[in-house]
Design a protein around this ligand. Structure first.
Ligand SMILES: NC(=O)c1ccc[n+]([C@@H]2O[C@H](COP(=O)([O-])OP(=O)(O)OC[C@H]3O[C@@H](n4cnc5c(N)ncnc54)[C@H](O)[C@@H]3O)[C@@H](O)[C@H]2O)c1
Ligand SMILES: O=C(O)[C@H](O)COP(=O)(O)O
Length: 475
């Protein structure tokens, strides 16, 4: 059930927007709007960073200034939290084609997406005000994470809220494939009674081979053992098996030894066509292949050939190389020419990327990602970000007047901290934390006894440093 809007918990219950509207000494955030003439590529930022906010435009935080664009039917729980903050929320049921996305993203400070919306460098470079992306799903392969980080855009996801849902779908499909339930059901729908036991099996005692033993793979492992299956797994990392599951040293060993092979790896250059003709030939005759990871992981024409030749006993696909952005009768056109052949294969289960689509998963993801977005927008906290260093400071209290929080995202090069602290040096730096990830570093500092008249200078001096990617002054 959707939960009601609520404040994001902070150690002291302090909420920046409450005070920012009324007193200059309160803690709020920078007005994020940029000059209409601001260009995306700034001359002294070799990353081609975000536009500079003119110091003249600085004003205390007002949550109502924050524009949030939500695509792909983000769950009501997430929408409620974001609206509860007073943000302007525009929500769409589906993803948008690139040209429409570019138009919509121009003004947004926050965008929330799922697996279909491609936030490429070409799209992100039009997002002049964007400070954060929320992926309301597990996968983040649809976002150019490096480009985002180098342009001061943090990206958050929900690392495991739908893992159990995917694992349960796999269990259902393993039994459906073993018993050819998809075909029997189709026959009945078409008015044909066909009672057979040939080629139908119990799963008890069979071997499940899990490729990618992360959040999904390990959950599936526990469920499969509970049904009496033997579990082996292959992963590029050495991992302890759940129960009596055992890691095998190579993908080939897994393919040789399993009756059912399930795929749970991320989309990476190394996982493209991880299962092709050669790998399928290494599988047992009559084995089953299930893919709930990403469409790029399986070479579909090779799979079709193996099913047609009877090499495999069946397959289940939840993900495809090209997936439609919205529900509707776009199936054939979007899923490429081979779809027709795929649909004609025997004992193949085709589902429309529903692995994580349960009420439980979607509602938990809505809360988790919306909370992370609010903490980032209101406080600058990057805990859980997938492309930025993780930095957090205790929130300010109401009895700490005239405080300002400085967030300075900058190139990870020598000498920056000295220069930043020279700028901050006229004030008392109460607390500071800094960390780096690759070429990008993130500094957060709370400084006290700052008059509002000094904030513009402070901001401008930080913006003028050559290392700057993005400056936020929260007051
Ligand atoms: N169908 C769906 O609705 C759905 C839902 C959730 C996740 N997913 C997909 O499933 C993927 C896995 O999810 P997860 O939460 O278990 O991710 P995870 O990051 O927890 O686990 C992935 C595992 O794959 C391993 N791995 C990476 N490259 C590998 C390779 N080349 N060979 C073998 N192992 C490799 C990693 O070491 C890791 O242990 C996600 O990245 C996402 O793309 C799909
Ligand atoms: O990455 C994920 O979490 C899954 O692929 C689910 O994606 P979805 O939220 O677009 O269904």
């Amino acid at each position: 059930m959707p939960t009601a809007a609520r404040d994001i918990p902070s150690p002291n219950g302090f909420h920046p927007g409450d005070l920012a509207r009324t007193v200059s000494s309160s803690f709020g955030t920078l007005d994020l709007s940029t000059s209409p003439t601001a260009t995306f590529h700034s001359p002294n930022n070799s990353f081609g960073g975000p536009p500079r906010t003119s110091a003249k435009q600085l004003k205390p935080f007002a949550t109502s200034d924050i524009k949030v664009l939500l695509l792909e039917n983000v769950n009501q729980t997430g929408q409620t939290i974001l609206k509860g903050q007073g943000y302007q929320v525009e929500a769409h049921k589906s993803s948008l084609p690139e040209d429409q996305l570019i138009e919509k993203i121009r003004d947004a400070h926050v965008i929330g997406i799922r697996s279909k919306t491609k936030l490429t460098a070409n799209v992100l470079k039009h997002a002049k005000n964007l400070i954060v992306v929320g992926c309301f799903c597990i996968g983040t392969n649809q976002v150019d994470l490096k480009f985002a980080a180098e342009n001061g855009i943090a990206v958050f996801n929900s690392p495991f809220s739908n893992s159990r849902s995917v694992a349960e779908l796999m269990i259902g499909e393993i039994i459906c494939l073993a018993r050819q339930i998809g075909d029997r059901s189709n026959e009945m729908h078409q008015g044909s009674w066909s009672k057979v036991s040939n080629g139908c099996w119990e799963v008890r005692g069979k071997t499940l081979g899990i490729v990618g033993y992360g959040h999904v793979g390990s959950q599936l492992s526990v469920l499969a053992e509970a049904m009496g299956m033997k579990v082996i797994y292959y992963d590029v990392v050495n991992l302890m098996g759940m129960g009596t599951a055992g890691q095998v040293p190579t993908l080939e060993a897994l393919l040789n030894g399993a009756d059912f092979v399930t795929l749970h790896v991320p989309e990476l250059p190394e996982t493209k066509d991880l299962i092709g003709e050669k790998q399928i030939s290494q599988m047992r005759n009559g084995a089953y292949l299930l893919n709930a990871s990403r469409g790029s992981v399986v070479d579909i024409p090779a799979l079709i050939k193996a099913l047609q030749a009877g090499k495999l006993g069946g397959a289940a696909l939840d993900v495809y190389p090209n997936e439609p952005g919205a529900n509707g009768p776009t199936f054939n056109a979007e899923l490429n020419d081979f779809t027709e052949d795929l649909r004609k294969c025997k004992n193949i289960l085709l589902t429309p990327h529903i692995g994580g689509s349960t009420e439980e998963a979607q509602s938990a993801i809505g809360v988790e990602v919306a909370d992370a977005l609010v903490k980032y927008v209101n406080y600058g906290t990057t805990i859980g970000a997938v492309n930025m260093p993780e930095v957090s400071l205790r929130n300010l209290t109401q009895d700490e007047p005239n405080h300002v929080r400085v967030v300075y995202i900058h190139k990870n090069v020598p000498g920056v901290l000295r220069k930043v602290n020279e700028v901050l040096g006229d004030h008392n730096v109460d607390k500071q934390m800094t960390d780096s990830r690759g070429e990008v570093a993130y500094l957060m500092a709370d400084i006290s006894n700052v008059n509002t008249s000094e904030i513009k200078n402070l901001y401008q001096n930080l913006e003028d440093l050559g290392s700057r990617i993005r400056t936020r002054v929260l007051y």
